[in-house]
Design a protein around this ligand. Sequence first.
Ligand SMILES: N[C@@H](CCC(=O)N[C@@H](CS)C(=O)NCC(=O)O)C(=O)O
Length: 217
Amino acid sequence: MYRLYGRPGSGSVAIEAILEAAAVPYEVELIERSSDGQAPSEKLTRLNPLGQVPVLILPDGTIMTESAAIALYLADTHREADLAPPPTSAERAAYLRWMIYLATNVYMTGLAAYYPDRYTSDQSGGKCVKSAALNRMAREWDIYAQALGDKPYILGDKMSAADIYAAMQATWNFDVPAFFKKHPNLRAMYNRVTAHPAIAKVWGRNEMEDWKYCLKS
Ligand SMILES: N[C@@H](CCC(=O)N[C@@H](CS)C(=O)NCC(=O)O)C(=O)O
């Protein structure tokens, strides 16, 4: 049995979606959000010294952190879910490229936008860090949207863990409706990913579609 530590709206959602799509036994333990500057729970820091979710405990007790590593591991371990191109396939290089691109660029820049005070020692510098991060994040998404082009998914016709990871991160934009208006191809990809029954289930219980309530007609 896998044990996932996470919370709605966080990086654990993509991991939960992969576990659900793979139809493997797992349970989720919710970890309360700590506001910036506040120490994360001792339980969480014992599992992940950075105090971040997701954390996945494998059936043999191994502790995994880092969402991209966990997603890649699960998609490779549970090939029946068909969420990763095989290591020798033509799509594998692009798959790894975009998974790591999202983890090291969009996700990390998003953290600077959400927790700007962590990224400056200037007490009044947070505002500038946030605005620079938002600009950078927009550019990072422009690049991803260009790579997606008019393909249904980032690798072509087949959905992979990279699309689930991208769909989750798309909901972290500060103005999701405006973001999707700018990138209709990302919106179309998002709709395809979240139409998958297992993913729709996970999205629903993690309140991943709350941004839709802000949609203006
Ligand atoms: N590089 C990590 C980042 C994880 C991360 O930043 N998680 C956020 C939630 S999406 C978190 O737990 N933030 C709380 C904090 O940093 O204090 C990963 O990809 O798993």
